[in-house]
Design a protein. Structure first.
Length: 124
């Protein structure tokens, strides 16, 4: 069974399903956590305190709605559209990230948020 998390940003909240990777398990075990996140194009990222190495499935090309851990910045990343590194309409990370799961619903509403947000992440 997939592990579920809840992410609260301001008065909005959404759920996500984590994959079965080692990085996803490590992230799940660290919850609950509050993360100050910065926007980079249509991606939010913020230091979540998880230090990991690049996983065998790490990659730069990501799908909208995917969640990942950026090993270089110990950061949770929430991708919801083009980033400055994108070569198409899809998100592209600045360097390889470890995918950990995806949002359970649409992510377009994230585009209406500002340059910095605070995300409260917990288990469901």
């Amino acid at each position: 069974m997939k592990k579920k998390i809840r992410i609260r940003i301001g008065d909005r909240e959404f759920t996500a399903s984590l994959n079965e990777s080692e990085t996803a398990t490590l992230f799940f075990d660290l919850l609950p956590v509050t993360i100050s996140m910065q926007r980079w194009g249509d991606e939010y990222y913020g230091d979540c305190g998880l230090s990991v190495s690049s996983a065998p499935d790490s990659r730069q090309d990501i799908e909208p709605g995917e969640l990942a851990i950026w090993p270089a910045g110990s950061a949770l990343c929430i991708f919801f559209g083009r980033t400055p590194a994108s070569t198409s309409e899809k998100p592209r990370a600045i360097s390889p990230v470890n995918p950990i799961g995806s949002l359970d619903g649409p992510s377009e509403w994230l585009k209406s948020l500002g340059g910095t947000v605070t995300a409260e992440v917990e288990t469901v």
